[in-house]
Design a protein around this ligand. Structure first.
Ligand code: FPP
Length: 248
């Protein structure tokens, strides 16, 4: 663990990942898509363990989008089953590794048995102080932003908030991610260069990284490669380079 830490002078406090390319990985091998998702779960385990070892504070994985419900029923069913098995098998490891687990997204749309296991994992890991692992499930950023706007409207209608009081910080407080810092770094696998309705508000200043590797092939070396890339990025938040370096 120490040797990993010394390899990186800085790691993102919050790493977000769009896990993509399970289907293409399987197709290239004449396998069923679900085999690709199964291999994808192995990558999830690997990445969670490594990020936790590296001292990343928040890891947020886009596991199932609000739009993914429109995939063939059999694939949706298989993904939900994989998710349930993952949680059942990994909760103890999360406890051992001091990982705090949570879910963002439209929870009521998830099957009740899956939700039960997700809630149980969140409950038993709530007091952990290590990495926060967040799964975005049935998640869509526009839906999240619209829901925040609705809740703000209710507060205003009830006289508990004034329209003038709705600034960026207030708004962020009504999002699913209210208690997390914005992602510093976003990785998307499989060569697609899109955000696909993931954390639209939160990604405003995030460094973006795209790799051609499909998610099942995203191994520890690929993660390290991405993190080395992150180290070399200068984050200016709209300022000049000299200002950031304290010369401005
Ligand atoms: C993208 O591949 C991946 C998904 C839609 C789901 C991601 C799910 C997993 C990695 C497994 C379940 C998750 C957990 C956390 C246990 P794709 O199907 O869009 O691939 P394609 O674009 O090549 O078709």
């Amino acid at each position: 663990m120490m040797s990993h830490q010394s390899k990186f002078s800085k790691v993102p406090a919050h790493l977000a990942i769009i896990m993509d390319g399970n289907g293409r990985w399987a197709k290239a091998r004449m396998l069923q898509r679900i085999i690709g998702h199964q291999r994808g779960v192995e990558t999830v385990k690997r990445v969670v363990e490594e990020c936790s070892n590296l001292g990343i504070r928040y890891l947020t994985l886009f596991a199932f989008s609000a739009e993914n419900w429109f995939r063939p029923k059999t694939e949706v069913k298989a993904l939900m089953l994989l998710l349930k098995h993952y949680i059942m098998a990994e909760t103890n490891r999360m406890i051992n590794d001091n990982i705090r687990f949570r879910v963002i997204g439209n929870r009521p749309e998830l099957p009740p048995d899956v939700l039960h296991h997700l809630d149980e994992a969140s409950r038993v890991t709530a007091g952990n102080s290590g990495m926060t692992l967040t799964l975005a499930l049935s998640y869509g950023a526009r839906q999240e932003i619209a829901a925040a706007a609705r809740r703000i409207a209710v507060e205003i209608a009830g006289g508990r908030l004034s329209p003038d009081g709705v600034d960026e910080a207030t708004f962020a407080g009504f999002l699913d991610t209210s208690d997390m810092p914005d992602p510093d770094f976003l990785i998307r696998t499989s060569g697609e260069m899109r955000i696909s309705n993931f954390l639209l508000w939160q990604l405003a200043y995030t460094e973006l990284y795209f790799t051609e590797k499909n998610w099942p092939d995203f191994d520890r070396d690929e993660l390290h490669k991405a993190l080395v890339h992150y180290q070399s990025r200068e984050r200016r938040f709209g300022k000049t380079s000299d200002q950031v370096k304290g010369r401005g």
